[in-house]
Ligand binder design. Structure first.
Ligand SMILES: C[S@@+](CC[C@H](N)C(=O)[O-])C[C@H]1O[C@@H](n2cnc3c(N)ncnc32)[C@H](O)[C@@H]1O
Length: 200
């Protein structure tokens, strides 16, 4: 398996598991935050590690703007070809302070989503802190990741997510198993972690 996400970009949307993961993540988000209910129409969302924008595509009709950011040029190229209304694609490392300043648009989010991204980051806790700082007061951070069997396994454990989100200063932290995917006859549970930036 390649460790360069660019290598997966062309076949990403053709992978039915990837699409199903995005469907289920959005359904879980809608169930908890009521995205499709009309109350998010004036909100700005960051889809961090957006890939080809499978989640951005579902969010965009219900919000004011989705900033879809990814470090993979080829993932972003596939997203740009879709020309999705209300989706602003951005190829940058949002965790790099310099890039964040230069981009200007990276802040003031009402929600930040990270679907199947955090467990791949070299410094998940540091990333959670940076991302929490880009939220408006009362804004929500939401992530989905494979549930790891133990702290050294691939994916994240429930305590790892809970601790990282609390250390990032988020409140009302919740971590739960929201769906399962099947792989080789095995069930692979997916965690959804969320927390809110306190109103100051
Ligand atoms: C498993 S894919 C998930 C893509 C998309 N969220 C989805 O669910 O289809 C992980 C994505 O995270 C991106 N990524 C990894 N590190 C990143 C970083 N520091 N900033 C932004 N994106 C990153 C990769 O380029 C890749 O597109």
């Amino acid at each position: 398996m390649s460790d360069d996400w660019n290598d997966y970009a062309d076949g990403w949307d053709g992978n039915s598991d990837v699409r199903l993961y995005a469907d289920r993540a959005f359904a879980a988000l809608d169930g908890s935050a009521g995205i499709t209910g009309g109350g998010w129409q004036d909100k700005r969302v960051l889809d961090f590690g957006c890939g080809t924008g499978l989640l951005s595509e579902k969010l965009a009709p219900h919000v004011r703007e989705v900033v879809a950011a990814d470090t993979s040029e080829r993932m972003i190229a596939v997203l740009q070809e879709k020309a999705l209304p209300k989706v602003r694609a951005l190829c940058t490392d949002i965790l790099d302070g310099g890039a964040r300043e230069a981009a200007g648009m990276l802040g003031g989010f009402d929600m930040i989503c990270a679907s199947s991204v955090c467990s791949f980051l070299p410094d998940y806790r540091g990333a959670a802190e940076v991302l929490a700082g880009l939220l408006n007061n009362g804004g929500v951070f939401v992530q989905w990741d494979w549930l790891a069997a133990d702290a050294g396994g691939s994916g994240l454990t429930e305590p790892q997510v809970r601790e990282a989100l609390r250390a990032a200063g988020l409140e009302a932290v919740r971590v739960e198993r929201v769906f399962e995917m099947e792989s080789g006859g095995q069930a692979m549970p997916v965690l959804m972690g969320s927390g809110t930036r306190a109103a100051e």
